[in-house]
Design a protein around this ligand. Sequence first.
Ligand SMILES: [Zn+2]
Length: 127
Amino acid sequence: MVERRPVNIVFICYNLYMAEKRSYADRREELIKAVAKRRRKIKLLAIAYKGGKCQVCGYDTYPGALDLHHLNSSTKSFGIGDKGYTRSWEKIKQELDKCILVCANCHREIEAGITQPFGVIQRGKTR
Ligand SMILES: [Zn+2]
């Protein structure tokens, strides 16, 4: 005599079996997309939090050309641009409070010592 199981139980068991069969490799692409989406969202939130424009020249055309510059590298806990975007928004805000928002050009000038970021940013005299 053959025992008959209700169809829905067999279906649930099949779904659980298939869920366990999904490996990281199967989900890799959707996980990468989800992380990239979160990074974009956090970056836009960070830009808005810092006033939405370069604090030196006022540039605000393309968010991708805006950088966060740590005013004091010794107080830097983590880089916002690398793994920073995977942290909680509260932790990110604490880090943002140690940064200024600058465009890529002004950032390079600050790194080169041409533009000096003080409390309120001042232009260097070499320009
Ligand atoms: Zn600028």
